[in-house]
Design a protein around this ligand. Structure first.
Ligand code: LMR
Length: 394
């Protein structure tokens, strides 16, 4: 049977992990996969997470199944974190715990296919390299709207709004809640309002993927677009992840929240989503979600987590400035100021795929093929080498 299959190339981002690991060069630099790194280049386990894990180890009473929607306490806590504890939409939102943000996207895809199989989901050009394989692979019809101006290195807001204005009513629009992956360029509050105006006017359904809450401006600041949208639209889908903001990457913690037009449709959506889960992975993994809900419901641990997340956010801003300054010194003829203005982990460096290949082969500098850099890989020790090497391939 398997002779019918042919080997596929590995995922472009995940492949970089192994390539970097196997590179013997001491001065190699990893700007590839989107994981946070500290000043030592390590991806630490947060102290709040360690404490919550100890608590769970001592107090957890059972490993029996939760249910397809996961732990109701986690779900309520995540809903509050994203929509706000006093959200006027709360009776219309249903939340399910999922295996990471990807699991959430996959369940959302199943729901779209059941509810409106002919609808098109519009994704930004460019978008996270797994959005199209994951959502399109599940069977959702996809199209793109313009997002990034690679020449001016900024948001193509006019083109974006123009395209939104042409999308047929009832279609869905996938928006990145903050820290757009791969560009790091987010709409301003005014631009979000303009986007929401068109979504409301045309009767489009916003689908917001938020994988970096707390890494752009702040925990509450980063979900303002979601809260604003929730106050204006009858229906919305939100996929969220705790991989980055809790550093729980491999524990697979995420949530799918769906805003429905009224509480009774919300119950129907919950039952459908739960049944989709049952037919894919049955029930989500518990450990990471238990850690998150313990942290968020414990005043001291929540404050400790918020402080640790604030440190991560500050470091991402600092290394952006460090790189822009170093590039100004080593490549003064080129403008890299866009890197300093972007949010979260990613920016497009502004180099060609050939230059990306040269940076890897000649200098041991790893980044995604279109020149997406994860700035968390920058340290005081490697920034000069990085800027010098980039200058040499320009
Ligand atoms: C990334 O974009 O690098 C991260 O979201 C990790 C992944 O799964 O691709």
């Amino acid at each position: 049977m398997f002779e019918a299959l042919t080997a596929l190339p590995p995922d472009a981002i995940l492949k970089l992990i192994g390539e970097h690991r196997n590179d013997p060069r001491e001065h190699k630099v990893d700007l590839g996969v989107g994981v946070y790194r500290d000043v030592h280049g390590k991806t630490p386990i947060l102290s709040a997470v360690k404490k919550a894990e100890r608590h769970i180890l001592d107090h957890q009473q059972t490993k029996a199944y939760t249910g397809s929607a996961g732990d109701p306490v986690f779900n309520e806590t995540m809903q509050d974190l994203i929509f706000g504890i006093d959200s006027s939409a709360s009776g219309r939102i249903t939340t399910l715990q999922t295996p990471g943000g990807s699991g959430s996207l996959r369940v959302a895809a199943g729901l779209i296919l059941r509810a409106k199989p002919d609808a098109t989901l519009w994704v930004s050009d460019p978008t996270w390299n797994n959005h199209v394989p994951l959502l399109g692979g599940a069977g959702v019809r996809l199209d793109t709207y313009p997002y990034y101006d690679a020449h001016k290195k900024c948001l193509r807001i006019d083109a974006l709004l123009k395209t939104l204005n042409k999308i047929p009513s009832g279609d869905l629009v996938l928006l990145h809640g903050c820290c757009h992956n791969p560009t790091g360029v987010d709409p301003s509050s005014d631009q979000w309002r303009q986007i929401a105006d068109i979504i409301v006017d045309r009767g489009l359904l916003p689908f917001i993927d938020i994988a970096y809450q707390g890494l752009a401006k702040g925990i509450d600041e980063d979900v303002q677009p979601i809260r604003m949208m929730a106050g204006r639209v009858p229906e919305m889908v939100v996929s969220s992840s705790c991989s980055k903001n809790f550093g729980l990457y491999r524990d697979r913690v995420g949530a799918l929240s769906i805003l429905s037009s009224d509480p009774s449709s919300s119950k129907i959506v919950y039952s459908q989503a739960s049944q989709i889960v049952r037919t894919i992975y049955s029930v989500p993994p518990d450990h990471g979600a238990a850690v998150v809900s313990h942290i968020l419901r414990n005043t001291e641990l929540r404050a400790e987590w918020a402080a640790e997340l604030g440190d991560m956010r500050d470091r991402l801003k600092l290394v952006r400035t460090m790189l822009v300054d170093a590039l100004q010194e080593h490549a003064p003829a080129h403008d890299f100021s866009h890197i300093g203005k972007a949010n979260g982990m990613f920016s497009y460096l502004g180099v060609s795929p050939e230059q990306v290949t040269r940076l890897k082969s000649d200098f041991g500098i790893y980044m995604e093929g279109f020149g997406r850099i994860n700035v968390a890989g920058i340290t005081e020790q490697n920034v000069a080498y990085l800027a010098e090497s980039i200058a040499r391939v320009l």
